[in-house]
Design a protein around this ligand. Structure first.
Ligand SMILES: [Zn+2]
Length: 141
């Protein structure tokens, strides 16, 4: 891409670059090859930034449409498994949100996950309690 004239906006053509200058045929504006390369690079970078921002904005909107009023709460809950704040309570809360948004399939999955975690937690709590009880009775295990 060779860009367009920053002064009048008409297209700049490479064949006008023979003497090392870019010349606008509409308004007579000129720029050296180095300046031109910098300008085109900046323009391209600006376009990438704009495209990425637009994409982020679209994803944000799609996310908001998906989660409605829970757009802020849901991702925090979903991050639970990675931040170590995973709990049956947060799964149940997500399940509530899914039910509210009409996704019964996701709700059922989340509830069964919450149940499984509760079971695991109870089991390890019981085994702790058991070890503690056993120590108190001076059993060898
Ligand atoms: Zn021009």
């Amino acid at each position: 891409m060779f860009g367009s004239c920053p002064r009048c906006g008409s297209g700049l053509h490479r064949n006008l670059n023979a003497i090392g200058l870019t010349i606008c045929t509409s308004c007579g504006w000129t720029e050296s090859r180095n300046q031109s390369a910098t300008r085109v690079r900046n323009e391209n970078r600006t376009m990438v930034v704009m495209a990425v921002s637009a994409l982020a904005l679209l994803l944000g909107i799609a996310h908001s449409i998906n989660w409605g009023g829970h757009a802020l709460e849901a991702p925090l809950l979903k991050l639970g498994p990675f931040t170590g704040t995973l709990s049956p309570k947060s799964y149940n809360r997500l399940a509530e949100i899914c039910a509210e948004l009409g996704s019964t399939h996701a709700r059922a999955q989340l509830i069964s996950k919450a149940r499984r975690i509760t079971e695991i937690q109870n089991r390890s709590r019981n085994s702790h309690a058991c070890k503690f009880a056993c120590k108190r009775h001076k059993r060898p295990w």
